[in-house]
Design a protein around this ligand. Structure first.
Ligand code: ADP
Ligand code: MG
Length: 695
């Protein structure tokens, strides 16, 4: 073996026990080099350093216990299972196995001592553990052998927990021999009062038994904060770098078009709100500059972002250039296509549609009109920046619902549109109203405009908060609403750590509602469906062919179904407020008064009660986002997963928002004097571009 194989940047196959097949599976966890293992932090920790007596075991507790086998038997009730009863004089416990070998069965002879670790749950025979991790003990052998907390990693198919622990252990051994480079200068580390990198990594993979589990579970332990800080810093530095380079390239000049734009605004069937006017003029002024605009429009659902985008497109077209509007799904793109057609069809600008599902003939025709410049406005999905698309004079790219597109996709699109005249202007629109500190992190490469006003006459959604013991009443309410021709959403919670369980929960709910609501058409969408299938169900709902849509939290952002006026959200107490607001924004789009029912599971803690209270009292996305940040509790179900914020490996923007001002300060000082260090930090965290901005 070569000496370099012992370095942290060596490939995983340099570890013992890792062949090409395993390496490939590890890639699915985004692990490529030995160092990557160090940055794969445990999801949680288990305490196997203390033995609990069986008499002390309570339902729901995860614990290490030890006892003597009293009885082992195979039973056939619904499923064949092996039941092993153990006792220690203070109490008894049943171990239940569904999968077991003959050999395993034979091990559990009465009198044999076993230690096991698992979660105690109430069963038909008292407390039981299903598939606990267990060990048979020799006479006199001490059941407790660890003196650190046991890390639990996120696993993938074919890579077991034990295997991952072993690999991380090997990586830690290497780290002790040659620690990863400390990239933060001493004085900065001291001013932040954070531990050095290697120390933090060591601690997080093998915390001592007296570690503060509460802090670790909340992700706020100084060692976790140390890593989150560096990761946020890396992203921030790289976004600032993008911003800087954009300010140096030319953009196609767009002088003129003012008359046309004014005329368009005058002919609209409504008056623009003051906020729309202000934002539109910020956009138009950016577009008349010789460098590419990079602007984000934040505006709550229904605040009227589309018409502002249309104004920007019109300006580009009136100046003889092309504009492209891109949405994350076919359905959303179609919605725009209809709007833009009704706005611009009478004018002489050619319009073209481009999507993945288009037939070859139609697609080729669009491509040809885009390349020749005959089409001045192009609407579509990702297909807009795929190979084979070449624009003739693209001056503006509008990206709706930005979070579905990663930063690197945005970059690719810009490259694609670049021509002799420079890089196109970019306008990004998001309905995720996020507080300033977060916007600073997520959109450090963009200038921000906010539409902070809704068009007049909107009826706010009325929200009630109910315990899920009243679910039957709620089902009745759905029945009545649908009987009077309305439609409803029924949102099931995401279940931690497992997409499969999410899906099963949604399926089960679909089943229950189908039985409880005979005569109604109940649809189902969830995250495991292919995009086309998902679009299909959403479309049936939009067309009124489905009465109740059961969904996991994947419901398309921005889909407009004005006839849907009732939204039920289960386990609302476990979701982020920003996400609840997003979900609730799916209703309240028609003339009818809309309602939202937030169901919670009892008991409801003080914090959760306050948070749900915010939802009941406010419909203002910015206020809710701010309160969300202030009232965040540990164990939040989703973190940033569905909030539209970027996802990081370790940092969680909502949890770590308070780090942002420091990140910004440190970034400024590094960029000023330590360019090389900044570049290395960016490389460590965003190394291969594939990971960049992945959502
Ligand atoms: P979003 O910001 O969520 O994308 P849209 O652009 O889809 O919102 O606008 C929501 C609805 O509000 C549309 O039906 C649109 O026609 C309408 N709308 C937009 N601006 C105004 C306005 N100034 N006055 C009245 N209605 C408006
Ligand atoms: Mg929209």
């Amino acid at each position: 073996m070569q000496t370099t194989d012992f370095k942290l940047d060596a490939p995983l196959t340099s570890l013992s026990g890792v062949g090409p097949a395993l390496a490939e599976k590890l890639e699915r966890l985004d692990l490529y080099r030995v160092e990557d293992l160090l940055f794969l932090l445990p999801l949680r920790y288990e305490d196997r350093s203390r033995l609990l007596r069986l008499g002390e075991l309570r339902p729901g507790a995860r614990a290490m216990v030890c006892g003597e086998v009293l009885l082992a038997e195979t039973v056939y009730r619904r499923r064949r299972s092996l039941l092993v009863r153990i006792g220690d004089g203070t109490g008894q416990l049943t171990l239940r196995f569904f999968y077991f070998s003959r050999q395993q069965q034979a091990q559990f002879q009465p009198g044999v001592r076993v230690s096991c670790y698992g979660e105690a749950r109430p069963g038909p025979l008292g407390l039981e553990m299903v598939h606990p991790e267990y060990r048979l003990l020799k006479p006199g052998q001490d059941p407790v052998t660890v003196d650190a907390l046991t890390p639990v990693y996120s696993v993938t198919e074919g890579v077991q927990q034990g295997r991952l622990r072993n690999l991380v252990g090997q990586a830690l051994t290497r780290m002790r021999a040659s620690p990863p480079e400390e990239l933060l200068p001493d004085d900065i580390l001291a001013s932040l009062d954070m531990p050095p990198l290697a120390e933090a990594l060591e601690y997080l993979h093998q915390p001592p038994v007296d570690a503060e589990l509460g802090l670790l579970a909340a992700g706020t332990h100084p060692c976790q904060q140390r890593l989150a800080f560096e990761e946020l810093l890396a992203h921030y530095l790289s976004l600032r770098q993008l911003r800087l380079s954009a300010s140096r390239v030319p953009a196609p000049p767009l002088g003129g078009g003012d008359e046309v734009v004014r005329d368009f605004i005058e002919r609209l069937p409504y008056r623009l709100t003051a906020a729309q006017q202000r934002v539109a003029s910020e956009v138009l002024s950016d577009m008349s500059r010789p460098h590419p605009m990079m602007r984000l429009i934040q505006g709550d659902v229904g605040s009227g972002k589309t018409v502002v985008a249309a104004i920007a497109c019109l300006k580009a077209m009136a100046c003889g250039s092309q504009a492209a509007v891109m949405a994350p799904t076919e359905l959303l793109a179609e919605q725009h296509w209809q709007n833009f057609n009704s706005w611009f069809a009478q004018r002489d600008y050619g319009l073209a549609w481009l999507s993945g599902s288009q037939r070859a003939k139609e697609r080729n025709e669009s491509l040809q009109r885009i390349a020749s410049g005959a089409a001045r406005l192009i609407v579509g999905t990702h297909a807009l920046f795929q190979e084979g698309v070449s624009f003739s004079k693209l001056a503006l790219i509008v990206i709706d619902e930005q979070h579905r597109f990663g930063v690197h996709q945005r970059m690719a699109l810009r490259e694609k549109g670049a021509s002799g005249a420079g890089q196109p202007h970019q306008l990004v629109m998001t309905a995720t109203p996020i507080p300033r500190t977060l916007a600073m992190a997520a959109y450090a490469d963009l200038d921000t405009s906010i539409i902070d006003e809704l068009p007049p006459g909107r009826q706010p959604v009325q929200t009630v908060v109910l315990p899920d013991s009243r679910r039957d009443e709620v089902i009745e309410r759905v029945r009545r609403a649908c009987a009077s021709g309305q439609q409803a959403y029924w949102v099931c919670p995401l279940i931690e750590e497992s997409e499969v369980l999410d899906y099963e929960a949604a399926e089960a709910r679909h089943e229950i509602l189908t039985q409880a609501l005979p005569g109604l058409r109940i649809g189902l969408v969830h995250g495991r469906m292919k995009a086309a299938a998902k679009d299909g169900v959403m479309r049936s709902f939009k067309d009124g062919d489905v009465d109740v849509l059961v969904a996991t939290t994947v419901i398309e952002v921005g889909v407009d179904v004005p006839n849907a006026s009732l939204m039920i959200i289960e386990n609302a107490e476990r979701m982020g407020l920003a996400q609840l607001h997003q979900l609730r924004g799916r209703v309240g789009r028609g003339a009818r008064q809309s309602h939202c029912v937030l169901l919670y599971r009892q008991p409801l803690g003080e914090l959760a009660r306050n948070r749900l209270g915010v939802m009941r009292e406010s419909n203002d996305g910015f206020l809710i986002a701010q309160r969300d940040l202030e009232l965040r509790g540990p164990g939040e179900l989703l973190g940033t997963r569905q909030t539209g914020l970027p996802q990081y490996r370790i940092a969680d923007l909502l949890r770590d928002a308070a780090l942002m001002p420091k990140v910004q300060r440190v970034a400024e000082s590094l960029q000023g004097s330590l360019r090389e260090t900044s570049a290395r930090i960016v490389r460590r965290w965003l190394g291969d571009a594939g990971r960049y901005g992945k959502v």
